[in-house]
Design a protein. Structure first.
Length: 250
């Protein structure tokens, strides 16, 4: 079976498509993504030759521009993101207890909206670096009044798109020479400086310099980006631990 895994940037683009804010429909986006991941071999092969995750099949079959997702569907979709660990039990605990005030009730009947789903994807990333008390405080800053999407510090999907794009851009800098230390003596401070500068550069495209919310938005993007890097470093540590234990048992 071929594994369909998405980068955060790809998931961000799918969220935009689901909201009707992207250049393609959700179905067209998934078809293009599947063709790309198959090396562009046979454009007619994709969905017939591989076993698709049921959640993608549902999206492909839906003839609507008003998408909503159950918790089961959110877990299924989130599990397609690389290096994540979504479980239904965990997300149920989040919406019923840990971040109940920020998610509130499903906005689409028994289904959650795309913005609510983006918040849950954000929590999955943040929990690798922050405790839930800190996550709640950050979400309160982002969402403000959960019943009024117009008073958000930054739209949850836009936030997910921005830090996913920033992470992918930095992660693509494979050569050390492309990651300049600048005035920083150490790699960690250099990395912090670059993330902060890139976040500032990205939000400057849609936030005016004198907007009082600008620094808070930038810091939120920095926190989320650092949390994603933390998740990857944890994955590497676990991988090396597994290899070490395996070698000891040979």
């Amino acid at each position: 079976m071929e594994l369909f895994q998405m980068t955060r940037r790809e998931m961000a683009d799918l969220l935009l498509a689901l909201k009707g804010s992207g250049p393609m429909t959700p179905a067209a986006f998934l078809q293009a993504l599947w063709a790309k991941k198959n090396g562009g071999k046979d454009p007619h092969r994709p969905f017939a030759a591989a076993v698709m995750p049921p959640i993608f099949t549902k999206i492909l079959k839906k003839n609507t521009d008003d998408f909503g997702f159950s918790l089961n569907e959110i877990v299924a979709l989130g599990s397609q993101i690389e290096n994540t660990n979504f479980t239904l039990t965990a997300i149920q605990n989040w919406v019923k207890r840990d971040i109940k005030e920020m998610i509130v009730a499903p906005e689409k009947g028994k289904k959650y909206s795309i913005d609510q789903m983006a918040l849950l994807f954000l929590v999955e990333d943040l929990k690798t670096a922050l405790d839930f008390d800190s996550i709640r405080k950050l979400l309160q800053l982002i969402v403000n009044d959960p019943e009024d999407e117009h008073d958000d510090l930054i739209n949850p999907v836009q936030l997910y798109v921005t830090y996913s794009q920033l992470f992918e851009e930095l992660n693509s800098m494979r050569e050390v020479g492309r990651f300049p230390a600048g005035k920083h003596e150490h790699m960690i401070s250099a990395m912090e400086g670059m993330i902060t500068e890139k976040a500032e550069e990205m939000i400057s495209k849609y936030i005016s310099p004198d907007d009082p919310k600008k620094e808070a938005i930038r810091n939120t993007i920095v926190i989320a980006t650092l949390s994603v890097f933390t998740a990857y470093f944890q994955m590497l540590a676990r991988r090396y631990l597994t290899a070490t234990i395996f070698l000891q048992n040979m």
